[in-house]
Design a protein around this ligand. Sequence first.
Ligand code: SF4
Length: 292
Amino acid sequence: MNEENFQNTQNYILLKIENYLRQQADLYGEDLLFFNLPNSEEAKRNTEKDELSTNPVSEPSMQTLFETEKNFSTNGGRKIKPKTVVEEEGLFQPVVDKSWNIDPNWNESQSLDELNSKIKNCLKCPLGSSRKNFVFGTGNPNAKLVLIGEAPGADEDEQGEPFVGRAGQLLTKILSAVQLSREEVFICNILKCRPPNNREPLPSEIEACEPFLRKQINLISPKVILCLGRTAAQALLKTNASLTELRNGVYNYSGIKVLVTYHPAALLRNPNWKRPTWEDMQRLRKMYDELE
Ligand code: SF4
């Protein structure tokens, strides 16, 4: 085997390993990192995690929507169960640093368009300097359903719109399978700017950008939020629970019901997850139909 072939094979194997690790992280979260640490606190926690997975949380009835989080194990204090996120607006007026390059009165915006124009040049975190386009979100400003993904990818960064690449096309199909259109819902991400090489958002970036998302949700005032993927759900619900656990519940974000399913990009990597996604979407559709 010549050197070029060797390099290609090596890259191929590394790509396969990366895809595998991403799939495992999508399913099990950061617990994956602790699998081989015997006699440690982590080993104990993995045992508890195994016990949890053999006693799956049953799907809640509509009557017990907001009691689901009681089913979460604290796993020896490490697992942070999803929080009931309560609106803090009005308690503290956010301080705006001039270097962020946003309108100091952004939080007073009365519409999505106004908010967009006031924050679209944001440089609050380093991603503002590397983006091509700010990706605010698109859809119905009065949507009953808001879909939240992780962050813009290359296509989204190029076009300034969320979910326009292959994963976006799949999302459109998933929505139409439950008789929903992109125009009927609002679609956005936890982050408004693309992380380099599509890496996962850093906690500091999520913390910097999250107030903008909270304001968007406040202006839209949806009845239901669907988190697409582990990162979006963990960031919104302020938890480190795994996607497997999160998909089983219905949560509360300032009085708005929150469901969690796979990110469409994860479905492209692993088509076996289309079936459970379909079940999640049927549950979402049922809830959507029961909204007043
Ligand atoms: S990711 Fe959010 S906080 Fe960071 S620069 Fe972009 S808009 Fe601002």
